[in-house]
Design a protein around this ligand. Structure first.
Ligand SMILES: [Zn+2]
Length: 193
């Protein structure tokens, strides 16, 4: 989903080095994101356009954070989505696809306002047609990646079980070993006066 990949621009090193970066500031990241989602790259965003993109990202992140706390979106954040969507009206078309039907959108305006509208629409669509209660923030506190839990029993705790899931397993194992070791030493400590 476009909104999900867009949020990955707010990168935090999942291994816990503390390194984080805003990929919206990295040339090359946005063209790649847009090409994956079959959207045209409107040229490097101006300083103002970049601020608008980051503002939209903040609104989406707020809504995700509130949703994971079982709260509905604030009026300010919804207004942020509405503002972004108003910047790029588009004509929606339904078409047949391999898996059934799909949307095709024809923008009436191009440029970054259209891109913001596409991102905001993809997220709003999830709020309306999907299940916002399935929005998650990765259970690895260093990672912070946002995802949509599509598992049947809503049990996906990490953005990627092979990556963050494994890392947390290793950390839990080490913590257990450490506490077992300190239990041992206190035991010995009490027997050898
Ligand atoms: Zn993660």
């Amino acid at each position: 989903m476009l909104w999900e990949d867009f949020l990955k621009s707010d990168y935090h090193d999942w291994r816990g080095s503390g390194h984080s970066e805003d990929r919206l500031d990295k040339p090359g990241w946005l063209p790649q994101l847009l090409s994956i989602h079959n959207l045209p790259f409107p040229g490097a965003p101006s300083a103002e356009e970049l601020v608008e993109l980051k503002r939209l990202r903040t609104h989406i992140l707020h809504i995700v954070q509130r949703s994971t706390a079982n709260e509905t979106a604030s009026a300010v954040d919804l207004e942020g989505l509405n503002l972004a969507m108003s910047g790029g009206p588009m004509i929606l078309r339904i078409a047949r696809s391999e898996s059934g039907y799909s949307w095709e959108s024809t923008p009436l305006r191009e440029g970054w306002s259209r891109i913001r509208a596409e991102v905001a629409t993809s997220f709003s669509r999830l709020l309306v047609e999907g299940e916002p209660s399935r929005l998650r923030i990765c259970g690895n506190p260093d990672c912070k990646v946002v995802y949509y839990d599509e598992t049947r029993n809503r049990s996906k705790r990490f953005c990627d079980d092979k990556v963050c899931g494994n890392l947390m397993k290793v950390r839990r194992f080490r913590a257990r070993q450490k506490s077992a070791a300190s239990d041992d030493s206190s035991f010995h400590g009490s027997t050898e006066y």
